[in-house]
Design a protein around this ligand. Sequence first.
Ligand SMILES: Nc1nc2c(c(=O)[nH]1)N[C@H]1C(S)=C(S)[C@@H](COP(=O)(O)OP(=O)(O)OC[C@H]3O[C@@H](n4cnc5c(=O)[nH]c(N)nc54)[C@H](O)[C@@H]3O)O[C@H]1N2
Ligand SMILES: Nc1nc2c(c(=O)[nH]1)N[C@H]1C(S)=C(S)[C@@H](COP(=O)(O)OP(=O)(O)OC[C@H]3O[C@@H](n4cnc5c(=O)[nH]c(N)nc54)[C@H](O)[C@@H]3O)O[C@H]1N2
Ligand code: SF4
Ligand SMILES: [Mo]
Length: 908
Amino acid sequence: MAETKATCPYCGVGCGVIIQHDGERVIEVRGDPDHPANFGRLCTKGSTLHFTARPETRLLFPELRQNRAEPRARVSWDQALDTAADKFASVIHTHGPDAVGFYLSGQLLTEDYYVFNKLAKGLIGSNNVDTNSRLCMSSAVAAYKQTLGADAPPCSYEDFDHADCLLIAGANPAFAHPIAFRRIEAAKAARPGMKIIVVDPRRTDTAASADLHLAILPGTDIWLFNAMLHVLLWDGYVNMPWIREHTEGFEALREAVREATPVVASGICGVSADDIVTAARWWGEAQTPLSLWCMGLNQSHHGTHNGTALIALSLAVGKIGQPGCGPFSLTGQPNAMGGREVGGLSNLLSAHRDLANPAHRAEVAALWGVESVPEKPGLSAIEMFEAVRAGQIKALWIACTNPAHSMPQQALIREALEKCEFVVLQEAYATTETAPYADLLLPALSWAEKEGTVTNSERRITHVNAAVPGPGETRADWVIARDFALKLGEKLGRADTARLFDYPTVESIFKEHADTTRGRDLDITGLSYAVLDELGPQQWPFPEGVQQGVSHLYADGKFETTTGKAQFIVPATSLTSESIDARYPLRLTTGRLRDQWHGMSRTGKTARLYAHVDEPRIELNKADIGRRGLRDGDLVRVRSRRGSIILRAHATEEVRPGHAFIAMHWGRNVLSSAGVNELTLNNIDPYSKQPELKHAAVQIEKIELPHQALLMRSAVYAEVANGLALERAAALEPWLRKFDYAAVSLAGRDFAIVVLRIAHSTPIPAEWLEQLDVLMDLQGEHCMAYADARRGVSKKALVEEGMLTGLRLTGETAAGGWLKELMIERASIDTVRRWLFAPLPKAPVSSIGRGRIVCNCLNVSENEIRSAVADGKDLAALQDALKCGTSCGSCVPELKRLVAEGNKAVVQ
Ligand SMILES: Nc1nc2c(c(=O)[nH]1)N[C@H]1C(S)=C(S)[C@@H](COP(=O)(O)OP(=O)(O)OC[C@H]3O[C@@H](n4cnc5c(=O)[nH]c(N)nc54)[C@H](O)[C@@H]3O)O[C@H]1N2
Ligand SMILES: Nc1nc2c(c(=O)[nH]1)N[C@H]1C(S)=C(S)[C@@H](COP(=O)(O)OP(=O)(O)OC[C@H]3O[C@@H](n4cnc5c(=O)[nH]c(N)nc54)[C@H](O)[C@@H]3O)O[C@H]1N2
Ligand code: SF4
Ligand SMILES: [Mo]
């Protein structure tokens, strides 16, 4: 078995992985013990990466359709790229360069991005290049630039070990940056005096493990930060000498926060004034105050000022640039940082240059050897799709992102994609929600197959290697961009194309990129693939001649602004852009689950990643569920001013009364609706142009869908189980649209089970059920059937090798829960055979009834943990007895919570 070093392609922690393979196929994955981001650890998602590297789910060949009425057909690469070049050239000739657009992704490698950026800005002459980072990091970028002068997170992960006050605002790293959170847990365990404050409307696992949780009302962070600054001023914690020497604009901010007393803020934020004062004093007293933030601040119509107000807290106490201090923006995607470094947003140019700056434009033109870089600002993500919808952009190139799922206000996105004359989609998987809109589908290499570099949250660049060849005719993203550029340049009559895109290897792109950074804040002229391989991953800047990158920026108190001084900004004091009212009385927020990644094109194909949350749902406070005469698990219609979806209601104490939460992951691939972005709105921040994906006002109502069905199917043999489950799940997708509510998911561990849940207002036609039976292979001599036509109940069970391997319950689905567990456990059917068709909500024998899986690595369930806690076990004893939380550690925050809940129950 061979081993190849790469990084995990999920979150911005940027963990190093070692891919174990045989040169053809990925066999296993483990954490790279030498990587400074994770030192060998991986979370649930990283440690199951090898399950995603399966060719059967991949897009293998280019596919093209001549018109929308026809299905796409396989074509050669030459034909695919020729067609694309023809189409783009003709649009550019007729309508000008701004009639085309590129919508890219923070999950591309730096080299991929670089080529796309040059293609648009250097060859075509349009700045219409934007990425999904606009939905993600652009407010943090704008906040850093407004205050510190450059898009550069000044901190490092090692700061967790030195911080004595950690303020986590609008981030849930226990789920979204698990390995960073493991480091925070370790720091807290080593120095219990370290104070952790979490600002989040929800009581997340992150919040539950904090010393102080400020469960503010959504959108009120600025009021909280202003009030904290007010207390810092009042109590004399502000470092005036440092402020005078190193900053500008403090007087105006001081004036602005005069009225923001803790009492005033308390009324707006919905937390106690005492808690605000406590937070401010902990921050003020700290020798080393460190803040962390992510989408809870960025995805707001005042996301930039959420960031600047938080950064102001570090500047006010003069604590930046030293170990353990500073404002640290957590990057969402694995390479959103790299994308920004090469200028991959419509307002940026290579090496953190600004498009609005004529000198910067001239520098980039000179570096590329082109006459000029276009002056006209490009369109940002939301604006770009609006321009597509308005018919101004006629050809759209989408790579490594799934806008028909992840953009807000999906109805508008669908309209745009339908209207667009020519949509190219460059994807690794054929099944995303955007794929049906693609006129040209181009198969890309993916994780474990591609080489290049990525930059993680702490500015650390890692050289990612390819371990195995890609399946079918997949090609590297940069190769696709380069080859398209060569063809397009020819059609546009550009004689310099071959020189512009003379990239024989991926490293030749890296070299050119590194050259463009000379003398800039992110100077990496000292780095090459060889240096990275020899010294290991390095933080920028890393100019020629140095031996090591820089862990803390601004140590000398000099900033990247024109005056060299950091800027205080007076923030906007608006709240959410849509407020609740009598018709839409619930505050909806959106975000992430621990074990799923965005549109689930990869995590959604790994059965065990459904064990933590196994069905789409809206999370509501128990009080709201009760008040509306609902029960936990009822189906509800969730409506906003933009649209409505049906989901199962899940009662939880994590959200406050009057609030609701829906995870962003479930879309039309797994659900009868487009999911939460049917409800969100596309209001944007004026500086960052980031949409307010976190807030919307919604209503819920109970919906009667009396005709329910549950279908499940596994297999007898492990070799075929996963392949069959994935095949069946894909085949079920079009069926999701036929029912009022339907959701498809996987279950199980080594033997994947496909699960389809249906609820419908009218009786489900018998011929549909027959077709579904065929699709799920619920037929043959081993299939038992039961029917009671009068009650509309019909059931089928397939028993193979003494195990339940297939099931359909129609009309009466109460037994679904324990039968699913029976299937997952692959238990013998003998003891329960006679109850198979009984409407028993609980298992007739006690060996079944494990409940939800909390520890995914070691397969430990919630019921097992709860009963051990009831026996008096604490975290250490739980880990000792059940082994839960001893592998990747992603469930440790939840284990702590279950222990705490158990203790509380005892006291009561
Ligand atoms: N498991 C998993 N991890 C991921 C990802 C994934 O898809 N799955 N995606 C990655 C990406 S691209 C990103 S951007 C990151 C996102 O990482 P995070 O931002 O940490 O995750 P989210 O769940 O989107 O949002 C964080 C929290 O913001 C809170 N919030 C909502 N509104 C407000 C508000 O007004 N104020 C405050 N203070 N908080 C608020 C929500 O309740 C939520 O708990 O995760 C990365 N990591
Ligand atoms: N309501 C709501 N909406 C949100 C958010 C939210 O919090 N709430 N978060 C927003 C944020 S922060 C983000 S970052 C976005 C994420 O939204 P998207 O970018 O749409 O999410 P992904 O599903 O990660 O899309 C990446 C796609 O690239 C494909 N892919 C994987 N590897 C490769 C490769 O090597 N090459 C190519 N060409 N393709 C590949 C995958 O199959 C996948 O379909 O969602 C945003 N939308
Ligand atoms: S924390 Fe998990 S998802 Fe993020 S990079 Fe590390 S292993 Fe991957
Ligand atoms: Mo993101």
